[in-house]
Ligand binder design. Sequence first.
Ligand code: HEC
Ligand code: HEC
Length: 350
Amino acid sequence: MWRPFGKSGGKGAAVVVAALALALSGGALAAGRLWRWSPLPPGASSPAIPADNPMSAAKIALGRRLFHDPALSRDGSLACAGCHRQEHGFTDGLATHVGVSGQAGIRNVPGLANVAWRSPLTWTDAGLKTLEQQAMVPMTGERPVEMGMKGNEAELARRLSADPCYRALFAAAFPRPGRQGGAIGFGEVAAALAAFQRTLVSADTPYDRYRAGRHDALSAAARRGEAQFRAAGCAGCHGGPDLTDNRFHYVGTTALGTAPGYGQPEPGADAVPVQEFRTPSLRNVAVTGPWLHDGSAATMEDAIRRHASTAMGQVTVADMLAFLEALTDRAFLADPRFGKPAGKCEVMPA
Ligand code: HEC
Ligand code: HEC
């Protein structure tokens, strides 16, 4: 889990952590703003942090409040958390979600566990590399309209600065004059949302414990499922600590030319060939249904069978499902640090 640097541990430990953070970040983190990522999922290194948006406790507290606040949508009805619900691994339990203008969604809501490590972001957009860029899509995007705030930056600033808690939080999160000099606008909102989302670290599934050497963390059925997962080639795409290669593949889940709302990339856009989807992370997969890019699979078994090339002959479904269930991080789904902040305004020092 993340912690503000220097809050715990002796001086010696702090120096070691500082050196480690610098080594891992390539010096991108400014002095005094070092962030300690622990524990990480086995095999993961610290995620990349953009040099112009270092982590801070103040920014994270602000981002958390914004993430849960429907004031970020045109009619004040829909927060990020309205579609990204913690108990569902930050998905919503729906196939697709209707936006504030009544327009139907096109894609299934992906989970946000360990989203700090996901790049590119979303099912199909190879050009969307950072959480700062991505946060603009639900707020101001029009294909489809989700929160409907395009052209409403002045209204956003008016709403947020009318609230003394937000005034204090923005001042603490963006203390120095400059590009994000405490002003309230999309840039600062996106930066704070990104910082908060980077704290959504999941590292405590039964499978993580198993990978860390605790053989008994998986049931016998889940261990058989894990062996089949590797033998059937699933891990070739669903590999690594989050069971994704972060790459785009065509696995046969749509008939050629039929994926709705996709296939006509904007001129000059980073076009991904039609019907390829970024491999979804399988962390928390058992609680993120319905599954697939359009939510068209009602069960995990259905999602697996829809992979045209899957070698299901070698797979015992019950064992595979036991393995997929072992990818659920119960502590993450209930972690109070990620939930809606209580009414009280808590402004953290920068
Ligand atoms: C109307 C429902 C809805 C709302 C509101 C919403 N999202 Fe999403 N979110 C989605 C959907 C659907 C996708 C997948 C879009 C795609 O692939 O085209 C997504 C994708 C994402 C991703 C990419 C995850 C990944 O694995 O690549 C992030 C990060 C994210 N949303 C954060 C946010 C933030 C921050 C907000 C608030 C500013 C927000 N979302 C509001 C539905 C929503
Ligand atoms: C060639 C790469 C590849 C292989 C191999 C692969 N998958 Fe997938 N998997 C994907 C992609 C891409 C998707 C998303 C497809 C879509 O949404 O239409 C996906 C989706 C899924 C989903 C649904 C996840 C969600 O959140 O909606 C599950 C479950 C899954 N795969 C399990 C498996 C299992 C089990 C195997 C092995 C039997 C396997 N996959 C093999 C690439 C792969």
